[in-house]
Design a protein around this ligand. Structure first.
Ligand code: UDP
Length: 242
């Protein structure tokens, strides 16, 4: 990155830099992959570029459907320009099919199609290991008003409808995903972060048998191999469709 831009924040998968306009930031997608609160780490050449491209296409789709997002435009292959936001320290997970932590913490069987989308909210706090949190605790901690929490939940349900149908068109089952939101300088709530196979579970529907074929970060979490190939396949299907 050009050194006239100052690094504001470095996370596990992205770096955030200042922009010439003080209300914008430059987000650089890294090749690093982490899982289990960064206990497991690796680097995959090309991952940053793929997640940046996939996220940009999905943000464009959501913006077309009137979802407020931080995305402005791509800057180059692994960087994008976005509105500067103050991130709300919550991870909003929506599940269409039971998998992952839901099945570890309950007796619901992996692969169970949920009758209606389930929303699980986690506190974004690595030191506390991102615990599952309740509506009342969110208010108790003054993280978000009841009104803004309802707004975020409704937006997440709307985003699910758009993404589920989009991914179905490219033969992918959107099992679950995680979103993050933030306030822009005018106090509007915008969808932030990224939307990529790092934070969505996507199962291939192009399957002759009932086997689960994950085309997402589970390939890394569960040592399934073919990580970059899976992310490239998602990118390829999106580009062929749009
Ligand atoms: N997820 C995420 N970041 C996290 C935890 C989960 O992006 O820190 C995503 C994950 O990729 C999946 C969804 O949220 O698409 C639900 O994850 P789950 O709670 O099942 O946890 P996991 O099994 O990933 O530990």
């Amino acid at each position: 990155m050009n050194n006239k831009y100052e690094l504001i924040y470095e996370g596990k998968a992205k770096k955030v830099f200042t922009h010439d306009d003080s209300d914008k930031v430059i987000i650089e997608f890294k090749d690093d992959a982490t899982a289990f609160n960064a206990l497991k780490k690796a680097k995959f050449e090309g991952k940053g570029r793929l997640n940046c491209q996939i996220s940009a296409r999905i943000f464009e789709l959501l913006i077309k459907k009137n979802i407020p997002t931080h995305f402005i435009k791509l800057k180059n292959e692994n960087t994008m320009i976005a509105q500067k936001i103050k991130v709300i320290p919550l991870e909003i997970v929506l599940r269409n099919t039971a998998y992952g932590s839901l099945c570890k913490q309950t007796n619901i069987k992996p692969g169970t199609v949920l009758e209606k989308p389930l929303i699980d909210i986690y506190l974004k706090n690595d030191a506390l290991n991102d615990p599952l949190i309740t509506k009342d605790r969110i208010q108790l901690m003054n993280i978000l008003s009841a009104k803004d929490l309802d707004y975020v939940i409704n937006l997440t349900l709307k985003i699910n409808k758009i993404l589920k149908s989009f991914f179905r068109n490219i033969q992918l089952n959107l099992v679950d995903f995680k979103l993050e939101f933030g306030y822009d300088l005018k106090n509007n709530i915008l969808l932030g972060d990224e939307i990529s196979p790092d934070n969505c579970r996507l199962w291939d529907l192009d399957q002759k048998n009932d086997m689960i074929v994950s085309l997402d970060k589970d390939r890394f979490r569960n040592d399934l191999g073919g990580f970059i190939e899976a992310y490239s396949e998602i990118n390829r299907r999106i580009n062929n469709f749009i």
